[in-house]
Design a protein around this ligand. Sequence first.
Ligand code: SAM
Length: 261
Amino acid sequence: MAKHEARKRFGQNFLHDLSVIDDIVRAIDLRHDDKVIEIGPGLAALTRPLSERLDHLNVIELDRDLAHRLRNSFSPKKLTITEADVLTVDFSDWGDDIRIVGNLPYNISSPLLFHLMSFAHLVRDQHFMLQREVVDRMVAKPGSSDYSRLSVMLQSRYRMVKLFDVSPEAFDPAPKVVSSIVRMRPLPEDRPQAKDTSLFEQLVAASFAQRRKMLRGSWAKWADSIPWEDVGIAPTARPGEVSVQQFIAVADALTERGITS
Ligand code: SAM
């Protein structure tokens, strides 16, 4: 087959380091009958070893040339190809207990992580390769300079562990940044969650929009109704000091006072 020219606009950096590929597949720890969906199979660096270990694999690929190659290389009995933009895919079509994996296109990582959040109740786990900087933000705790809106929103829904880093040389073409593998497991149904999730999202977004600003300023429109002492937050605090549970407590306190999103 002719060589595929990597397309920058699709975030194409293809893995070629066999030991990295092996480490990723081992970290996912597959059973042959798992329901696995791979996002962005590309030239099948992960697809092939995944498919060898599974009865069946589902993949989502936007690039029609790559989807065409996959169709020529795999039997439809082994591989189902959804040729689509993953941001438009309804993951509920696969039912529940799904396992999602992928070396993701870095240019859409945040919108994709938020898109997947709406299907978290159907997911067993997610293993992703992302820019290290993004993974560091996903797992960051209060007090860290990486702690951000992404940290709070994802940690309110998933338990996440950064597994290992991958150097740029493992890819062709080599990206400019170091990558990391992250494991995400949705938290159970009885996790702490805000009664009004949209108010929670608004509070988190407003606070990190200007992360150096004091919360009494960023939350000016709610400030008079927040029981600052009860939730254990000083009005002069910055969002980087507030835990996920405290963001939830503020949202619930406002809900109790009749404030809606
Ligand atoms: N899995 C391959 C590997 O590890 O070598 C390729 C990874 S490459 C970083 C990202 C892949 O995602 C490419 O195959 C690209 O075409 C695909 N992709 C990019 N944007 C996409 C989108 N919106 N929906 C689905 N696939 C997309």
